[in-house]
Write a new protein. Structure first.
Length: 214
């Protein structure tokens, strides 16, 4: 049997591991079937002793074939991870995006930790649609009984004015109080308009919005 080190999908993804650390509890809900090359996140977390459930409509790599725009009813977990998933959910319908985030909140009990990594506004223009701004997570916390531990835009890719970039909004929150779900206003979500094949340059107004994004 391979060791957890041999299965480690974060060996070249230190920013993700930094956000995940410290790991909490022994159960984890993962949105998407995450992998790095041939290394599957699910296998790694199970090797660490976690009860791990991943959800993806493709049903691959041990993931449950479920729709994140529908109720999940899977109970709660010590950790919930959203590593590049919610931006793809219900791309043409805000209501489906709301249900997705409600599912996330319903999977958390007091003490649960949410780890989220999604494209920064103005970045990854060929990628998904719904990109939470940093402010989104502060509002999510205020409305739903969470405490923000960290919210920041990563600097894995150096910003160079006008050039296409792949920065992400990194967030880690802990639930401190049970509250009925409430979704932050849509103004706290950047709606990406994809460009076929991906852009080479970012328009100046988008670049300024990114630099001043709160």
């Amino acid at each position: 049997m391979a060791s957890s080190d041999e299965l480690n999908p974060f060996h070249n993804r230190p920013d993700e591991w930094k956000l995940l650390s410290p790991l909490v509890g022994n159960s984890l809900l993962e949105l998407g079937n995450k992998k790095n090359g041939d290394i599957i996140y699910k296998q790694y977390f199970e090797s660490l002793g976690f009860r791990h459930i991943s959800i993806d409509q493709n049903g691959l790599d041990g993931a449950l074939r479920m729709d994140l725009t529908k109720p999940l009813n899977l109970g709660t977990f010590d950790m919930v991870t959203n590593i590049g998933t919610t931006e793809h959910v219900s791309e043409g319908d805000w209501n489906g995006q709301v249900r997705c985030w409600k599912n996330i909140m319903e999977a958390m009990h007091v003490g649960s930790v949410l780890v989220s990594l999604t494209p920064a506004p103005g970045a990854w223009q060929h990628h998904g649609v719904w990109y939470p701004k940093e402010r989104f997570f502060h509002e999510l916390a205020r409305l739903n009984g969470l405490k923000v531990e960290r919210v920041y835009i990563d600097d894995a890719v150096n910003w160079r004015a006008g050039m296409y970039h792949r920065e992400n909004v990194m967030a880690r929150l802990v639930r401190v109080e049970d509250k009925q779900f409430a979704m932050p206003d849509i103004e706290h979500m950047f709606k990406n308009i994809r460009h076929r094949g991906g852009p080479k340059y970012i328009p100046e107004d988008v670049m300024r919005a990114h630099q001043t994004n709160d």
